[in-house]
Design a protein around this ligand. Structure first.
Ligand code: UD1
Length: 337
């Protein structure tokens, strides 16, 4: 039977790619987004890509009345919760706003799900929950660590809330997907990441330098104990990541209880390797200079991906060159919006 998937935050970077994967398969999609960090025309672009238009509500997930109406008007089978503030630096400046927003939206969602007997939830978590102390590669049986910023703590706290909820209600099925570093964009070039203001993350900064919006990239530190001295991350193509969510829907349909699952490639790539790959596959220049380390950064961050393979039957397929090519195609289109 065809399932209806609710995507809070579904107009954003990762949510929109999951929506595209679901619409091209046999799922009905309901997106709720307050458009505080996304554009409404993403819905039109999803229709252009997939030939199907998702149901769309512009609403804040902490708005109980709006959520109640959405759950009454639609029979929801699975929720994939992407809604939340996500800028690490901003979370340090505005911790209360981050805790209020990210926790409120989740609690209101859980209460509304309970009121409507919706039992299946997939949550956008982050590798940041491993904290600073665990050794790489990260495995899901490691304890969550001390996060370095309020954004990370909201992810860690929400994981705890969801795990407690599963203990209290044995019919709940929750999967926390711990994303590593999502980059790239849809092959159509019509959806991708669109940061507000100066990008915090590496790939959008690279694409903005390449297109001429920013003068040069600052590489934060070249004295880490890594092969070339720059930070090593597990970059994962957002389309691979989106397909991991489709696999997770099958999983939550068949199991109960709480699980955390890494979504990464299991391979580390350094900052300079990414810069050089981007420049060579796209035939563009990416001027950079070496800058001091950024506080809170680790030398290495990459996943062990055995659990995703075992429980979801999923693994990432796209290469770093694919990520660079698709990010660049999207950046050029985004200029025209
Ligand atoms: C960051 C967050 C993480 C969040 C993730 C996705 C921190 C400490 N972690 O991960 O919690 O889940 O984004 O939003 O902020 N770099 C540069 N120059 C730049 C930007 C980045 O050299 O202008 C380097 C960083 O030092 C790092 C790598 O690129 O080594 C990746 O950085 P970034 O894209 O910000 O992701 P993370 O820090 O890994």
């Amino acid at each position: 039977m065809r399932q209806t998937i609710l995507l809070p935050g579904g107009a954003g970077f990762i949510g929109s790619h999951v929506a595209a994967e679901l619409l091209t398969r046999d799922y009905d999609v309901v997106i709720v987004d307050d458009l505080s960090n996304a554009r409404g025309d993403v819905i039109d672009r999803l229709e252009t890509i997939t030939g199907r238009r998702p149901v769309f509500y512009q609403a804040d997930m902490a708005d109980r009345a709006a959520l109640e109406r959405i759950f009454t008007e639609n029979t929801i089978d699975v929720v994939i919760h992407f809604a939340g503030f996500k800028a690490v630096g901003e979370s340090v400046q505005k911790p209360v706003a981050y805790y209020r927003n990210n926790l409120d939206t989740t609690l209101t969602l859980l209460e509304t799900m309970a009121a409507h007997s919706v039992k299946r939830l997939i949550f956008s978590s982050s590798a940041t929950v491993y904290g600073m102390e665990n050794p790489v590669p990260y495995t899901e049986d490691m304890p969550r660590g001390a996060c370095t910023n309020p954004y990370g703590w909201t992810k860690s706290m929400i994981e705890q809330i969801l795990s407690d909820a599963c203990v209290a209600d044995r019919s709940l099925s929750v999967v926390c997907l711990r994303y590593f570093n999502p980059v790239g964009a849809h092959e159509s070039g019509l959806i991708g990441e669109m940061p507000n203001g100066i990008p915090n993350n590496l790939m959008p900064y690279i694409t903005q330098v390449a297109v001429g919006i920013r003068k040069e990239l600052s590489v934060f530190g070249n004295d880490y104990p890594t092969p070339d001295g720059t930070g090593v991350r597990d970059f994962i193509h957002v389309v691979d990541l989106a397909r991991g969510h489709v696999a997770a829907i099958n999983y939550v349909n068949q199991h109960t209880g709480w699980e955390s699952i890494n979504l990464g490639t299991g391979r580390g790539t350094s900052v300079l390797e990414l810069v050089h790959t981007f420049a060579s596959v796209n035939g563009v220049e990416v001027p950079y200079r070496i800058a001091p380390r950024r506080s809170g950064d680790l030398a290495f961050c990459y996943a062990n991906v055995d659990k995703a393979q075992r429980l979801l039957g999923w693994c990432a397929e796209k290469t770093v060159a694919d990520m660079c090519r698709d990010s660049w195609r999207w950046q050029q289109y985004a200029e025209t919006l």
